[in-house]
Design a protein around this ligand. Structure first.
Ligand SMILES: Cc1ncc(COP(=O)(O)O)c(C=O)c1O
Length: 481
């Protein structure tokens, strides 16, 4: 150890580290979630990401927009300018924890977000540093709101979320997450009493249940609410103890499952009639992706709390919780974090919101989803009905789920091979759920805006490469699995 410290002092450690092969660092020293160690991130521009792919420099279209963080695309010049300006302005106090001191960027952003979020009540905003921390702050907000209330409301301590939901990995958020067994196994997921109900999807889909078994869900809209009411009658859910219910309206990680407007409204109406807070996790769906600034605007519901992260600060670790101010904290120190509401994150978020609105990007996402991506994927589903279960999505957030229609089982290996084939052909796809692929490109993606797609434009290329990759996988795999 002392030797190592001396070497740092002599700075020869940095020369040494460069000489250690990347694969050794990856295998021996770093715990990462990297699936493919052959791929190394270098740079990006627009919808393209530049990578080293097994040592070779390549430019790939990133159909996931950096897991939905780059709604404005890579290398956005105005964001780079804002970053430079904030760093210069901060002079030597860069990185100073700002949570005990006001900074104008955070105050301006709180005002802008509360103006833009169509919760009917008066709004207030609290900042955090990541999606999961935004969810943690939300859980605490709801707990505190109950603690300062009286009567039955005060006793409400439990939370409800959906199967297939992803709300984060810290222990409170993980108690709500129920997407993949590996994310929960071996961890305490009872930070509070929590129930999972079926996500009120408007289409059939595959999902893991409490035991990690795969279920096929194919409900009519009213079956969701009936199931919840039955669970309450049978005492499986103690509805009088429920504090809040948390929904993603399009489950991203869970498989791009889209809520049915009717089923969702029934559930929200039922929970509200019991005095339960409605929380909407817009961490992935938020900020224009679905064709509106907030996905919940499609569903005519009035949430109490909305959580944003990912694209809010263009991938800079940052999140914001916007809530009915009646729920809000009353004492200083009840909620805080060293870096939350950082000047840099807040300034980037202000720039992101300004570009989204001035360029009308939510409408563009809506148009491209309705006119190009959705129709093309539905045609693909018809053409390859022997492997595609269904297509679902809104705006520039679509998913395509693979299955074997004969066994009626999800085709996970087939999906994985499609992703590999697509990468060879120049497009990065991200998986979702058990056997789906998600398509969430930057809202600025190059497109000729028509159903006719040619390789000349990037959205068209995503569609073409997906088709070719399904065809190639079909040729390669004898059995669909
Ligand atoms: C809907 C949703 N909620 C919460 C999270 C957690 O965010 P983070 O990874 O920043 O903690 C994610 C991340 O993928 C997400 O998609």
């Amino acid at each position: 150890m002392n030797n190592a410290r001396n070497r740092i002092a002599n700075s020869d450690l940095f020369q040494k580290v460069e000489k250690i092969p990347r694969s050794i660092k990856e295998d021996r020293y770093a715990c990462t979630t990297i699936i493919d160690p052959g791929l190394v991130w270098l740079d990006g521009k627009g919808s393209r990401i530049i990578v080293l792919d097994k040592g070779q420099r390549r430019s790939l279209i990133d159909s996931s927009a950096g897991v939905s963080t780059k709604n404005l695309g890579y290398g956005n010049e105005r964001i780079k300018k804002v970053i430079r300006q904030v760093l210069l302005k901060q002079k030597d106090v860069f990185g100073y924890p700002h949570h005990d001191m006001e900074n104008d960027y955070a105050l301006d952003l709180a005002w802008v977000l509360s103006e833009l979020t169509p919760i009917k009540a008066e709004r207030e905003v609290v900042f955090a540093n990541s999606g999961t921390e935004g969810i943690e702050a939300t859980i605490k907000l709801c707990c505190n709101a109950r603690a300062k209330s009286s009567g039955q409301s005060r006793r409400r301590k439990d939370f409800i979320a959906c199967y297939g939901a992803f709300h984060g990995r810290t222990l409170g958020a993980l108690s709500l997450t129920c997407s993949k067994p590996v994310q929960r196994e071996n961890y305490p997921v009872n930070a509070f009493t929590n129930y999972h109900i079926h996500f009120p999807a408007k289409h059939p889909f595959f999902v893991y249940d409490d035991w990690g078994d795969i279920q096929y869900v194919d409900y009519t809209p009213n079956e969701y609410i009936e199931e919840v009411k039955r669970a309450c009658r049978k005492g499986k859910i103690d509805i009088d103890s429920v504090n809040a219910v948390v929904f993603e309206l399009i489950q991203g990680e869970g498989g791009v499952n889209v809520a049915s407007r009717e089923a969702l409204q029934d559930l929200v109406g039922f929970f509200k009639s019991h005095g339960i807070y409605i929380v909407i996790d817009e961490i992935q769906t938020g900020l224009g992706r679905t064709g509106k600034l907030f996905a919940f605007e499609h569903f005519n519901i009035d949430p109490d709390v909305v959580v944003l992260s990912k694209s809010l600060a263009h991938g800079f670790p940052f999140s914001a919780v916007i809530y009915d101010s009646k729920l809000g904290w009353t004492e200083k120190g009840q909620q805080s974090s060293t870096f939350s509401g950082s000047p840099l994150g807040s300034a980037i978020a202000l720039e992101v919101l300004s570009q989204l609105l001035s360029q009308n990007l939510p409408q563009r996402a809506y148009d491209l989803g309705e006119r190009v991506l959705g129709p093309a994927l539905r045609t693909m589903a018809q053409d390859y009905s022997e492997v595609i279960h269904n297509v679902r999505g809104m705006g520039l957030m679509h998913g395509i789920e693979f299955w074997n229609p004969h066994t009626r089982k999800p085709a996970r290996l087939f999906r994985n091979e499609v992703i590999l084939q697509a990468r060879k052909r120049g497009v990065l796809f991200l998986d979702a759920g058990i056997s789906a692929i998600r398509i969430t490109p930057p809202l600025t993606i190059d497109s000729n805006g028509e159903g006719q797609h040619k390789r000349g434009n990037e959205l068209g290329a995503i569609i073409d490469v997906l088709t070719e990759s399904i065809r190639a996988t079909r040729r390669k795999m004898k059995r669909i699995q």
